[in-house]
Design a protein around this ligand. Structure first.
Ligand code: CU
Length: 160
């Protein structure tokens, strides 16, 4: 009997280790800034939550811009620079990843039209296991620091 339990447990853990479904991935608080002047690049931010097995974001696409890429920031010679992510972005099992200013972001280069405050835009994240996951992104004002009620804005409110 003990042996049978061990076998069942092994099969169960194999299943957990190898399966990932789009339903396990949740994208929250997606936002970007409205385009300012002649700037034709935009960066989008959001929170990725994973309720399943470990996965990896391997790409992103959209028809909003000539190029849409996964970017991150690195320090080089004491200067913050952004560059395309190599090898994808790991999303831990039952964990998450934050795309935020100064860190991971979705970079849209050569926007076909300016992003306007109040509109919703759409990109598709490509996960290694979960496949395509659509992301609806809220366009905030050109000077926004994030959607109301999240992250730093909460701390700001608490301090006042
Ligand atoms: Cu960038």
């Amino acid at each position: 009997m003990k042996k049978l339990f061990a076998v069942v447990a092994t099969i169960a853990s194999l299943f957990v280790a190898t399966s990932a479904f789009a339903a396990d991935i949740e994208i929250k608080d997606a936002w970007t800034k409205a385009s300012l002047g002649q700037v034709r690049n935009g960066a989008a931010f959001f929170k990725v939550e994973n309720n399943g097995a470990a996965d990896r974001i391997i790409g992103v696409r959209s028809d909003l811009a000539e190029k849409t890429e996964l970017h991150t920031h690195i320090m080089k010679d004491n200067v913050m620079k952004m560059r395309q992510v190599e090898g994808g972005v790991d999303v831990p099992m039952h964990g998450g990843v934050m795309f935020k200013p100064g860190s991971y972001h979705v970079m849209m280069m050569g926007l076909k039209k300016p992003l306007e405050e109040g509109e919703m835009i759409n990109v598709t994240l490509e996960f290694e296991k979960a496949g395509d996951v659509p992301v609806m992104i809220q366009v905030l004002g050109p000077l926004a620091k994030g959607p109301a009620g999240m992250g730093e804005m909460d701390h700001g409110k608490m301090a006042n």
